[in-house]
Design a protein around this ligand. Structure first.
Ligand code: ADP
Ligand code: MG
Length: 455
């Protein structure tokens, strides 16, 4: 029976994506075939529903193709029976079958646990990182690092607010590098772990060993470096490690929720190193980006959710991708529990996503004033007709911020900044948007202005 099942699974594996296979099929087992009724063991009830609605035909035809007569297929929640079958499988003489089981098991294990040694968690991949206008530059830099670590973009500095995908992207780089070259020595560590490991090893008199561990690396990934604030000793240690690796052309990858210049107590030398080469940011996803992320997540989970429901969530969650995923899971779970579709649930008013749009309230006037002040201009000067370069830039920055922070329409913005034509505003916003892609100075300035606005 086992071999039949193995072949059935192999056939299904050809037909569905890798991700779907490991989510829906890797843990199924064949419990019995009696009078044409094929009973399949499943580990949880959520799986049963999805298998029944989405994959029944695929399973059925794979069984038939393997000579099984199928009148009906039943799924059974049966951890016990399953493990009994499993242990029988393991004593099976067929060595390759054993290997197969081992493989599936490690795969499952790997998926749910991070690898203690290198800190990488296999659930973060580039395949499941949706590319959008909020992250396309950072992703293309990530890809060039994967192709040739330690050459371009070194150090690679990835910044952006919480929940926008920093950890996911840098972990995905690590995983992909390792997949291509399993010999690479890679370490992913949140800076807080670096700090506690460092303190521990000093206390144990093993400072040198700590240092050596890092010296051997090919790729060092440090997450959330902003949390290094105030930890002078470990900054010093980190700086030394950083320099050594850098000089050996080893790839260094660092994330932060803000720019180096905004990490108040960051060692100046370190701050300047970090902005040397590749600083990239992850921005808030736009509506289309949010829909794409949710669609891909639904597909991965094999969850049924209407486009309108996805659009409703995307429209209403404006904080970050972590929150977006949170609302999405909440709605899927509730729809499962109540036995109605996500959209019905939403239309019934049974769930409401909290309107989280820019809780920080600011006025247009406030933005205009802060921008003018930042560029040492009066509001009158900035909102006048001057075409002097820095005045024009200031005006365009104001347009950009009125649009990005308050979602104001272009005619309204035109009024605020004293221009006649709203196409001038459209042009201004576009200009800043495109400048931001390559102009790091401008990015810094915008961050500083925002800090002044919200601070
Ligand atoms: P950060 O480290 O910036 O706080 P994370 O990397 O932890 O954010 O991302 C938060 C959540 O959003 C994670 O579950 C991550 O998988 C998901 N996520 C972020 N960006 C994307 C994306 N582009 N595509 C798919 N999932 C994403
Ligand atoms: Mg993170």
């Amino acid at each position: 029976m086992y071999d039949v099942w193995k072949n059935v699974l192999a056939e299904i594996e050809q037909k569905v994506s890798k991700a779907n296979f490991s989510t829906w099929f890797s843990d199924l087992s064949l419990l019995s075939i009696e009078n044409g009724v094929v009973t399949i063991g499943v580990k949880n009830s959520f799986l049963i529903k999805q298998l029944n609605t989405r994959y029944l035909e695929i399973i059925k035809s794979a069984l038939i193709n393997n000579g099984v007569e199928v009148k009906d297929i039943a799924f059974e929640l049966s951890a016990k029976k399953k493990s009994a079958i499993r242990s029988r499988e393991i004593t099976h003489e067929d060595v390759s079958a054993k290997e197969h089981i081992k493989e599936v098991r490690t795969k499952i294990k790997e998926q749910s646990f991070s690898n203690y040694e290198n800190g990488l968690n296999l659930k973060y991949t580039l395949n499941n990182f949706v590319i959008g206008s909020n992250n396309d530059l950072a992703v293309s830099a990530a890809k060039s690092i994967i192709d040739a670590p330690g050459t371009r973009y070194n150090p690679f500095f990835l910044y952006g607010g919480p929940g926008l995908g920093k950890t996911h992207l840098v972990q995905a780089i690590g995983n992909e590098l390792l997949r291509r070259n399993p010999k690479l020595k890679i370490l992913y560590t949140p800076i807080s772990h670096f700090y506690s490991d460092f303190v521990e090893s000093i206390q144990a008199g093993k400072g040198k060993e700590f240092y050596r561990k890092f010296q051997k690396l090919d790729v060092l990934i440090i997450d959330d470096i902003q949390l290094i604030m105030g930890k002078e000793k470990s900054q010093e240690e980190f700086f030394n490690i950083f320099n050594d690796l850098y000089q050996l052309n080893k790839q260094i990858i660092i994330t932060s929720d803000r720019l180096p210049s905004q990490i108040k107590t960051l060692d100046e030398r370190l701050a300047s190193r970090l902005t040397w080469a590749g600083a990239f940011d992850l921005q808030l996803p736009k509506f289309e980006d949010k829909c794409a992320i949710l669609k891909s997540k639904a597909e991965f989970m094999g969850a049924e959710i209407e486009d309108e429901a996805i659009e409703y969530i995307a429209e209403n969650v404006n904080t970050n991708i972590r929150d977006l995923e949170g609302e999405f899971s909440k709605i899927l779970l509730m729809s499962e529990v109540r036995g109605i579709t996500p959209l019905e649930l939403i239309n019934n008013g049974a769930v409401s996503v909290q309107k989280s749009s820019k809780l920080r309230s600011v006025s247009a006037k406030n933005i205009v004033e802060k921008v003018a002040k930042y560029y040492h201009l009066s509001v009158k000067e900035m909102c006048g007709k001057s075409r002097v370069a820095n005045i024009k830039t200031a005006r365009q920055v104001a347009m950009f911020l009125l649009s990005s922070e308050l979602s104001m329409s272009t005619p309204k913005i035109a009024e605020e900044v004293g221009v006649k034509d709203h196409t001038t505003v459209m042009h201004g916003i576009k200009k800043i948007n495109s400048d931001l892609k390559m102009n790091f100075l401008l990015r810094d300035q915008l961050e500083e202005i925002k800090e002044a606005i919200y601070g």
